[in-house]
Design a protein around this ligand. Structure first.
Ligand SMILES: [Fe+2]
Length: 323
């Protein structure tokens, strides 16, 4: 039996495939000690390992202002397939960004007190993500908005958290240092997640309240109260790309009481596990880029700007995809 297994493993690697040791260990318990080292948690004996395809440039989109219904369906599928996509050389007014966003689904309008100082006058669906104030003065070298791994809309229950975020690079200095947008592929992370973590968090309900969100800490009470507590499964099935993906929320000290010590250790371990080259994409901005990501499929964060006054202005909208 061991010879047969060794033969299968060797042949599968020669063929460019990887054997799923999880599956093998269910059938042949003597290989279970190999599980965490090799287990990619798939349930087929032969399966091509998934790849990280985030940051895919969609050359087929020429102008987002001229997309028909068929193009919009194709675009939605591409965003969910790749997790994060880039459309180059676009030019959008705020009105055009709102119109493009509304074509994709149901525009999300956040309460004004959740926008920090980023709301854009006359356009409640738009957040201005910039190191400059709207009056043209520099904000200075310190900002931290969105500089932690998260999913936008994670305070909505499944599947209402199926939300795309759209960032348009309106003005990007070519001398800008830093200021990129980072991504972790949450579906690929699920494929590779260590078996013992999956086991510990199998039945864990991850609790998210809107007042846990760092960027909403100045939200008005009446705004915060609009959102009931959401509970998420650690592993969930993506409604469009049909893959299993990871949901996680950074637990702060005051939320620790919701979880066992074992669960808290597993959260720490999986956060560390996901922060490796295999799961990363870092987008370096060019003027006219549109970056769209699927918050179910990826985690994202803003990377700090090495801020010497080089201008970077992005405009963000969010849209719920109702299938
Ligand atoms: Fe965000």
């Amino acid at each position: 039996m061991f010879k047969l297994l060794a033969f299968l493993v060797t042949m599968s690697y020669v063929a460019g495939y990887s054997v799923d040791v999880c599956y093998a260990s269910q059938k042949y318990p003597f290989v279970s000690s190999l599980q965490d080292k090799f287990c990619y948690s798939k349930h087929n004996l032969f399966k091509k390992p998934s790849k990280n395809n985030m940051g895919k440039i969609l050359y087929w989109v020429k102008d987002v202002n001229n997309l028909d219904e068929k193009d919009i369906i194709r675009l939605r599928n591409d965003v969910s397939k790749y997790g994060a996509v880039v459309i180059k050389k676009q030019r959008l007014t705020r009105y055009q960004q709102e119109a493009f966003t509304a074509k994709l689904g149901e525009t999300i309008i956040l309460p004004s007190s959740f926008q920090g100082n980023n709301s854009y006058l006359g356009h409640p669906a738009i957040a201005a993500v910039s190191n400059y104030w709207q009056n043209g003065s520099w904000k200075g070298p310190q900002h931290s908005f969105g500089q932690y791994w998260h999913k936008d809309g994670n305070y909505f229950p499944y599947p209402k958290n199926f939300i795309f975020s759209i960032l348009y690079g309106d003005e990007i200095s070519s001398f800008l240092e830093g200021g990129g947008t980072g991504f972790i592929d949450a579906c690929l992370a699920r494929d590779y997640a260590p078996q013992h973590i999956l086991k510990i968090l199998k039945d864990t309900k991850i609790i998210v309240k809107v007042n846990f969100i760092t960027d909403f800490r100045n939200g008005l009470k009446e705004h915060l109260e609009r959102y009931p507590t959401a509970e998420h499964r650690f592993i969930f099935k993506h409604p469009l790309n049909k893959r299993e993906c990871v949901f996680l929320f950074k637990v702060t000290e005051e939320q620790e009481l919701f979880y066992t010590q074992e669960e808290l250790r597993a959260f720490d371990e999986i956060w560390k596990f996901m922060q490796q080259e295999l799961f990363f994409y870092f987008h370096k901005w060019s003027q006219g880029d549109i970056l769209i990501w699927d918050n179910m499929a990826v985690f994202h964060r803003a990377m700090p700007i090495i801020d010497k006054g080089e201008k970077r202005t992005l405009y963000r909208t969010m849209v719920r995809i109702n299938l």
